[in-house]
Design a protein around this ligand. Sequence first.
Ligand SMILES: [Zn+2]
Length: 128
Amino acid sequence: MTNEHVDTDVCLVLLKDIIARWPKANDEDIETYRVALGSYLADSFEDVDLHNRIEAVASISSIERTNEGVQIDFYDVDECLQRAAFESLRESEWRLKSLKFQCPVCFGEGVNDGDECDMCGGTDWGAS
Ligand SMILES: [Zn+2]
């Protein structure tokens, strides 16, 4: 008996709720969003991710159950690849841990011209 599909389905619904409330390109007041999204966010969520403006989910690239939780890779309407990580608070209760864009300089390699990528600091996702 596994809840794997239930977990991924729940997180997919959460993701769409979250993106509907997520900061858009012209929004300045990030603090308002931090408060409005509060109940969706894990304690370890870093506010810097809210500067990653996302208009809408265009398509889901992959969704998987990992040891840490559920990870969803998706393309936004600007064709950027985004990665959302969810962690389980308790059974069937999920919170967004991070939401980062794939590095547009090294495209997830972490290395650029043989050196650690300056943009993402070798982390592949988000800005360093
Ligand atoms: Zn990079």
